[in-house]
Design a binder for this molecule. Sequence first.
Ligand SMILES: CC(=O)SCCNC(=O)CCNC(=O)[C@H](O)C(C)(C)COP(=O)(O)OP(=O)(O)OC[C@H]1O[C@@H](n2cnc3c(N)ncnc32)[C@H](O)[C@@H]1OP(=O)(O)O
Length: 167
Amino acid sequence: MTQYRIRSARSADVRGIRDLLEPYVQRRILLGKDLVVLYEAVQQFVVAEAPDGTLIGCGALHVMWEDLGEVRTLIVADEWLHHGVGRAIVEALEDNARTLGLTRLFCLTFEVDFFTRRGFTEIGEQVVDPDVYSQLVRSPDEGIAEFLDLAHVKPNTLGNTRMLKTL
Ligand SMILES: CC(=O)SCCNC(=O)CCNC(=O)[C@H](O)C(C)(C)COP(=O)(O)OP(=O)(O)OC[C@H]1O[C@@H](n2cnc3c(N)ncnc32)[C@H](O)[C@@H]1OP(=O)(O)O
């Protein structure tokens, strides 16, 4: 395969991101997002682009607290799996996290081996202190509810592993 490039997402990439995401939403592997939510979050995304301009991967960095972010919506197109695209996207998101001053990255995933090789380790209990917890719990964001392991999102998170990396 020829080279791909990793770059910040543009608004014109959003429908392509939605197309990458949709099969995994159907299989309940990733959280579904309306187009408007993806447009609102476009600055969080990096994408991987094939030489012909096709979108072949994406991933997002969501800031949750002063030191803490989450890797979200990480997807590589089937025909590009195992070519280092996922790793390159996560590295770009980690660079963005460091630039923002974050020191910890969370993810909730079925892809435990992939994230373990990227330096993430499994966590069990809460990794924020009660003060921060009481602030985070005010967020309307479903991903934050998943991070906090709130009861109403437990059906979404069943079988997923909670992982954390110190940058
Ligand atoms: C937080 C969240 O978003 S959780 C959701 C995670 N995403 C999903 O579940 C969606 C479905 N899964 C996927 O889209 C993909 O499997 C991902 C994103 C998890 C991984 O994407 P990939 O691009 O296949 O990963 P990548 O190729 O970087 O690494 C996988 C392994 O492929 C192999 N690999 C890497 N480069 C190459 C290469 N050039 N040639 C052959 N094999 C290679 C290696 O074994 C690599 O592991 P290593 O880098 O630790 O040695």
